[in-house]
Design a protein around this ligand. Sequence first.
Ligand SMILES: C[S@@+](CC[C@H](N)C(=O)[O-])C[C@H]1O[C@@H](n2cnc3c(N)ncnc32)[C@H](O)[C@@H]1O
Length: 309
Amino acid sequence: MDIVNRLSPRQFRTYDDLLAFISIYDDRQRLREYRRLLRRHQHRIRGSVCMEAGCGLGILSEELLRLGARRVYAVERNRLLYRLAQRRLGNHRRVHLLCADVREFVPPEPIDVLVHDFYGMMLYDEELWVLEELPFRPSLVLPDSGFLMAGLTESRLVCDRTVTPEVFHAFAGVLVSGLLDAEHLQGRWIVAQWRFGEGLRLTPPNLCGEAGDVLFFYLSVRHGEEEICRAGQCSNWAYVSTPRRPLPPRLSAPGQLRHGGHLSLDISPRKACYRLECRRRNRAMKKPSVPCREGSRRHSGRWGRIHGS
Ligand SMILES: C[S@@+](CC[C@H](N)C(=O)[O-])C[C@H]1O[C@@H](n2cnc3c(N)ncnc32)[C@H](O)[C@@H]1O
């Protein structure tokens, strides 16, 4: 889905976000897994004060009510989504629905449980960082963590008749979501980890000497030690891939390989990208992607390198 008429930048952003975020509801698996997670924490939710940060249509707020929350603060910054949520939640006396940025809302009482889905395809490239800037401290955040996994494979195994290995390699230096048929593949490396309260930790692997001309990434949404849902199984998040230059057969010293071109994985709030190119998250492939902004004030000091890629 695309917006094809001319709008002011502000209007465009509002409608563009609406398009991106309504498309997540096509993903029934994500909702099922989130509901399951909430049910497992019913003992914490019943009789307590909850918040859905970025409530979208308010479906998880309804679930919190069903599970016995004493009060639910449903906070949504997009005014169109807020109005849609109003239809769903407006008649519930236990719900306080607010059109606000969750970073600017100070609840009048302690929040026991906060629910969110701020995960981007590259983990931290959507809104997870917002949770580090809350003006209050919830006792429990659901889910509370996530991984960005990475792996290598051969293009001949994941390309098709249209996206041939030659076509795929034309995207050198670009991260592309949903291009390859790679969603059955397991990653080998945890490239980045986020946990509520601890922020983001990058753990880029050394890929020198590893085979494969396709470097792929995918999101794993986690709570505690457990995976709640992941890209591929949930259509809402796609695998992201990029071509890796074939390794020269005799060069194995990292210094030499580096000369063959290494990419830097760059994950900072509001963007996650290779140094060479970046794209903003494109939920469910229905939203036009735009190049992410350079020079964010949060950008400095939070990047890691994947050598030999
Ligand atoms: C991926 S949707 C999740 C919607 C809903 N929580 C669910 O899981 O079904 C993320 C929502 O958060 C909203 N959002 C993003 N950043 C926000 C912020 N800083 N404050 C309030 N809402 C925000 C977006 O507009 C969007 O509706």
